[in-house]
Write a protein of this length. Sequence first.
Length: 217
Amino acid sequence: MLQIVDLTQTISPQMPVYPGTEPPVFGVGCTLELDGFREKKLTLFSHTGTHIDAPAHLLADGKTLDHFPASQFVGPACCLDFSAHAGSVIEMSDLEPYQQQLEQVEFCLLRSGWSRYWGEPQYFAGFPVLSLAAAQWLCRFELKGVGFDAISADPVASQDLPIHQVLLGRGLLLIENLTHLEQLPNQPLLFSCLPLKLADADGSPVRAVAMLPATVA
């Protein structure tokens, strides 16, 4: 038996979105009264809600999500707690104590605790981010992706997005707007962030989950 922890924010027209991104629009496609079934028409950006950034998001020669096998989006993960770093930078020296854990996993989830501000102005500022050296150090490991419970891997005010550039340049996936990371144990777990299989996808919303042995609950 597995315990499934949902790490995904709900997509709705009222949800917060990255500055400059349009919020989702839910339209009525078909109704029970007129068509005998319900169907919504959805209009949303590819980086809405809990989502993956593909290397193609920023890099001219970067891979799109549809060019990764499905196995790229599932694997063992560790969740590292940096919720005490509010307003500061996560340095390489902060990550080094977790080297042994990082050598045994394929996803690194960085808990800032910022998901508690979802829907509030504070969600867009003050969350801890990796230093450039820390991001480069993470690239030493055989990771598939790095996840964040914040709006971005870089500060929202950043223009050149250096952390995105480093991690995506290494071919890693970035998973942003995760939630409920505080429910995860300090031990390896199985993580899944399967995206929609969209052609030429620079990103996609995902249903991110952690799978834990029932005894860990």
